[in-house]
Design a protein around this ligand. Structure first.
Ligand code: ADP
Ligand code: ZN
Length: 352
């Protein structure tokens, strides 16, 4: 088992990579605890849950709403939960976002922990303490920063994940390697098949290193002033593609990383050979490196996504594999680059 400790101004948090869901009870403080999970996990893993009340929400991004939060508050009231009740979110990013938000706000805040059950939640949602729900078409518009006391990353739960969910996590692992750890990138380059097959030792290293990178980046910048922006690598373009539809988050981020890496080459920062290694690895991980979306639609989606920001946006570029920097780029300039980037805006022949 790998353990990564996160310390910030207010709290200490531990991420246990390789711990099992069955051992959850040992991590709970004395007193009452309540589980929040989703319908899929309940169906698959009910027998492994400790004996305690279980609140289940629906599955998928669409349930990340204030209505879901309100229902949970009301059920907690019915259960006579009080300030001493401990909440455990067991699930992927959706459950962690909702459970973290409920725990942060119910009675001005309850203690809480997570069991992260998707690869994406293990490498992404488990660190950084962001939680929240969507509102009016905007993702994560309402939420808070609050790191759980513990996160258990049970790697065996990943065996039941749909393939697209594994791809989502892999894209974020590649992102972490690209912005901060050339060694992790090389490790993945040496064994993409083992990674995709969820080989236990390989996954434990990938999740452990990825969590450590995110913890380091977030630790330097808890509230997203500078360093933390690097975690958005691939995401400006990725979110636009996700909005257009047809791609999962990880697939969209994969293409977004290719775009950002290509731009980095154009701007004379990244060697062309590094660009080749990046697209090569993504392909071997069966992630897309190009999109069939037209430049016009991408630009329109970029505009919609960024309408709440000023004319310039913080764009993440690569100086090398393992080294990123934040650059302020005007949206108009970015749009020009999208229009002039035929390599990735074409039929996905490489993805078939
Ligand atoms: P993410 O972590 O990717 O943001 P979600 O919380 O939306 O994602 O979870 C993605 C989907 O995978 C949901 O339908 C959820 O119920 C399901 N899921 C989560 N963990 C597992 C698991 N270990 N095995 C099978 N399905 C899971
Ligand atoms: Zn992401």
């Amino acid at each position: 088992m790998h353990v990564v400790e996160i310390e910030n101004a207010s709290k200490r948090s531990s991420i246990f990579i390789g711990e099992r869901l069955e051992n959850l009870a040992g991590y709970l403080p004395p007193g009452r605890a309540v589980v929040i999970t989703d319908a899929n996990l309940l169906r698959l893993y009910r027998a492994d849950l400790p004996a305690m009340p279980v609140l289940s929400i629906g599955c998928g991004e669409a349930v990340k709403t204030l209505d879901t939060v309100k229902n949970l508050y009301e059920t907690l009231v019915d259960l006579e939960a009080d300030r001493s009740t401990f909440l455990v979110g067991i699930g992927g990013g959706v459950v962690c976002d909702v459970a973290g938000f409920v725990a942060s706000t119910f009675m001005r805040g309850l203690r809480f922990g997570f069991v992260a059950t998707t690869l994406l939640a293990q490498v992404d949602a488990s660190v950084g303490g962001k939680n929240g729900v969507n509102l009016g078409g905007f993702k994560n518009l309402v939420g808070s920063f609050n790191q759980p006391e513990f996160v258990l990353c049970d790697l065996r739960l990943l065996d039941t994940l749909p393939e697209s969910e594994v791809a989502n996590g892999m894209a974020e692992i590649v992102k972490h390697a690209l912005i901060a750890d050339a060694g992790l990138f090389a490790f993945l380059e040496d064994r993409p098949e083992k990674a995709l097959a969820l080989d236990p030792a390989t996954i434990e290293t990938l999740v452990g290193e990825s969590v450590a990178i995110k913890a380091r980046v977030v630790g330097r910048d808890e509230r997203e002033a500078g360093e933390r922006r690097k975690l958005n690598f691939g995401h400006t373009f990725g979110h636009a593609l996700e909005k257009i539809g047809g791609l999962s988050h990880g697939e969209a981020v994969s293409v977004g990383m290719v775009f950002a890496a290509g731009l980095s080459v154009k701007m004379g920062r990244l060697p062309a050979a590094a660009y080749g290694r990046i697209t090569g690895l993504l392909r071997r991980l069966r992630l897309p490196v190009s999109t069939a979306a037209s430049p016009d639609r991408v630009i329109e989606a970029l505009r919609r996504d960024k309408k709440r920001e000023a004319a310039g946006i913080h764009f993440i570029l690569l100086d090398d594999i393992g080294r990123a920097s934040v650059e302020e780029i005007e949206i108009r300039e970015l749009e020009r680059q999208v229009a002039g980037f035929p390599e990735i805006l074409r039929q996905q022949e490489s993805n078939s």
